[in-house]
Design a protein around this ligand. Sequence first.
Ligand code: BGC
Length: 571
Amino acid sequence: MSATASDSIMETGTFVNCFLLVISLVIIPVNGGYDKERDALLKGTFPQDFIWSSATAAYQIEGAWNVSDKGPSVWDTLAHQDNNRDTGDVACDSYHKYPADIQLMKQMGLKYYRFSISWPRIFPTGEQQDGVNQDGVDYYNNLINELKANDIEPMVTLFHWDLPQALQDRYGGFLNNHTTNTTVIHDLFGDYARFCYQNFGDRVKYWITFNDPWIIALEGYGIGNFPPKHRDPAEGQYKAAHNIILSHAKAYHIYDDEFRAAQGGQVSIALSCDWGDPKYPDDPDTVEAAERYVQFFVGWFAHAIYKNGDYPDVMKATMARKGREEGRNSSRLPEFTPEQKAYINRTSDFFALNYYTTVEVADSGHIVTENPNYFSDMDVEKGHAADWPQTPFTWLYTVPWGIRKLLGFIRDEYGDPDVYITENGRPDHDRDPAILMDMDRICSYMMHTNEVMKAYSLDNVKVKAFTAWSLMDGYEWLPGYTVRFGLYYVDFNDPDRTRYPKASSVFYKQLVRNNGYPEGSDFTKYVENMWYFCHNTTEAEVNGYTGGASQISSPFSLFLAILGVVCCFID
Ligand code: BGC
């Protein structure tokens, strides 16, 4: 796709098209899963200091996988294991193009950027004693300085899945000696965190220790699809999670003891969670099963960190029973010592939440199996309602009201913390021609941010931030470049990795500028017109995906809607 083509699309707007948009949307019938009361548009704004942000992760965008002394990470290893696999070798080449990326954020009016530091770019083997890669340190210093020069606050994740390969080889990564107090991996993570606080903490005020430990533990050490591909579905995820929680606590205490007074920042851990909605809400067993699902998911980490230093009671009881039924001497869920519980308890300054989807949960009764795993351990059945819009990911259905319910759960369960939404987004397929008119993504951001506003204004959840995942298309882990999450399109066939604005970046800019959905604004009027369309559309219709049922009455309406987006928001 050429820049000229994209420019001409972006210049198409006229008042007439805006008018047609409105007319066309009026004739789209309401159907699908729309619930008039639950899904109504709330007008209003977020508080003045609300944080609008976008996020990326090092391995997904940086490239430069082996420049200077950078060491390989477990993702470099996996990506190079077979020739057919996409790699992050170049990715978006953000290592070289970061100043341009910062301008993309500026164009959208963003004041915050969440990115991650690559541990093996700083310490090639993961251990400081083996040497520091000064070029890597310079890179992050330059990135942070450039952000600050552009009035953008960095929020820095220390670990977004790219474990130094040497730590996996030497110590078994997060499986290292998980039951003792003196596990090497905790100390090494602590050293790395300390180095980052020392070198960047004068300018970085928001730290995230781990991104989505649920995935690291489950996919990396239980199911074994993600690197380091350790397959031990019965126990691996529980051992790894145990170590991650302790490593997080270590990094938190180091900040607290050595840096907080001078640097005045905050530290958290980004937890992902599906909302678990009871399939039969009037049935107490189903309601319990749905709660169990959420406790096994976010509670696995959050209960210890926010409540009492230990795993949720329901998780401990279920796992103890399973252990007995399986004839084991102890539960497959490890135990924290009293000292460890005290050490872990309350090691977060705010709740960092990644939300993507909701599942419908029912009670499965006690699952007895010779091959126990994390999902059978929960004793639930999970699925989705037939009218939830599907995305290219089989696990990701667009269920905006789920984020409001989850935020309510967090408020009640974890003592009403400040909540920063550190990721929310929506994928589409990699297609030719490129999808620049990403209506699905616009709809998704529109609906999710409105539900977040309901949580803030109606439910009094202390939501402080919304972060769009992602600033630009990147390396989407196992699916590589076949799935795109960006507000900006990246042409991965172009040696320059040119970025192009998608319509969603223009929408996001207006959302940020309006700080929500103020009564009477042109933006809110546009949103009102789009509201029913968004609630009754799936990727099947908008982007031509053939895997789902169409609900759009008129392709002409869709065409006009797209034109309307272009003309209403380009300035
Ligand atoms: C991860 C991102 C990833 C996204 C979609 C999130 O949990 O943090 O790195 O791109 O899921 O798969």
